[in-house]
Design a protein around this ligand. Structure first.
Ligand code: AMP
Length: 226
């Protein structure tokens, strides 16, 4: 199964991706997490990424395409993967299609999680995650019991540097200007599924499960011309 989650920042992609990885064993690839790891390591990509991420903008397509191409070639992606945060532009989507075609395969499903802006700001401003395993929490909706991560038992939590109001506005602009054109792109391919992201985490999870249970997975014709 090869699928992508599309939605605005704070729309719940990360939460659902985390759950799908845990419950279905699908390898989750979050480009945001990959970039945050680069920032934490102090690499030159990390330094470049930090400035762009703090400004709520998107990194150049070429960098992101190279990053994801290298990652999906690894063995844990052979049976499929779930992309959270990639593609974010039509150029990235076209590059992804081309790289999958070269491997004789294709995307099975693109799931759009729709949420209104007002709710997004509330969700983003209260969120934090376990510093060890990345499990997501929220000041209002999901507090770790006794300050202990329910998944790994860690007591260390962190908030993202770009989860502040000014940066969130820029990230939303980037979503509407550059990422929302992916919706007609995947609709045309016949693989877009839409769902209401204002429902509870459990309800959204249930709906994603019903979608995935019905998705036909398959290979494309091998690319003989490449
Ligand atoms: P996320 O954790 O998915 O919200 O990503 C955090 C930030 O990382 C974004 O606001 C961008 O600055 C950068 N980023 C992540 N994925 C991409 C991508 N596919 N293309 C460009 N920039 C990205």
């Amino acid at each position: 199964m090869k699928l992508i989650l599309i939605g605005p920042p704070g729309g719940g992609k990360g939460t659902q991706a985390q759950r799908l990885q845990r419950d279905r064993g699908i390898t989750k690839l979050s480009t945001g997490d990959m970039l945050r790891a680069e920032v934490a390591s102090g690499s030159s990509l990390g330094k470049q990424a930090k400035t762009i991420m703090d400004a709520g903008q998107l990194l150049p397509n070429e960098i992101m395409i190279e990053l994801i191409e290298e990652r999906i070639s690894q063995s844990d992606c052979e049976q499929g993967f779930l992309l959270d945060g990639f593609p974010r532009t039509v150029a990235q989507a076209e590059a992804l299609d081309a790289m999958l075609l070269r491997k004789g395969t294709k995307l099975d499903c693109a799931i759009e999680i729709k949420v209104d802006d007002a709710l997004l700001v509330e969700r983003i401003s209260g969120r934090f995650a376990c510093a060890k395993c990345g499990e997501g929490y929220h000041d209002k909706f999901k507090q770790p019991e006794n300050g202990i991560c329910e998944v790994c038992g860690s007591t260390h939590f962190e908030r993202r540097a770009d989860d502040n109001e000014a940066t969130v506005k820029k990230r939303l602009e980037a979503f509407y200007d550059q990422t929302s054109p992916l919706l007609p792109y995947y609709k045309e391919q016949g693989i877009l599924q839409e769902l209401n992201g204002t429902l509870s985490i459990e309800e959204i999870a249930k709906q994603i499960d019903s979608i995935l249970d019905l998705v036909p997975t398959g290979k494309s014709q091998p690319a003989t011309h490449l």
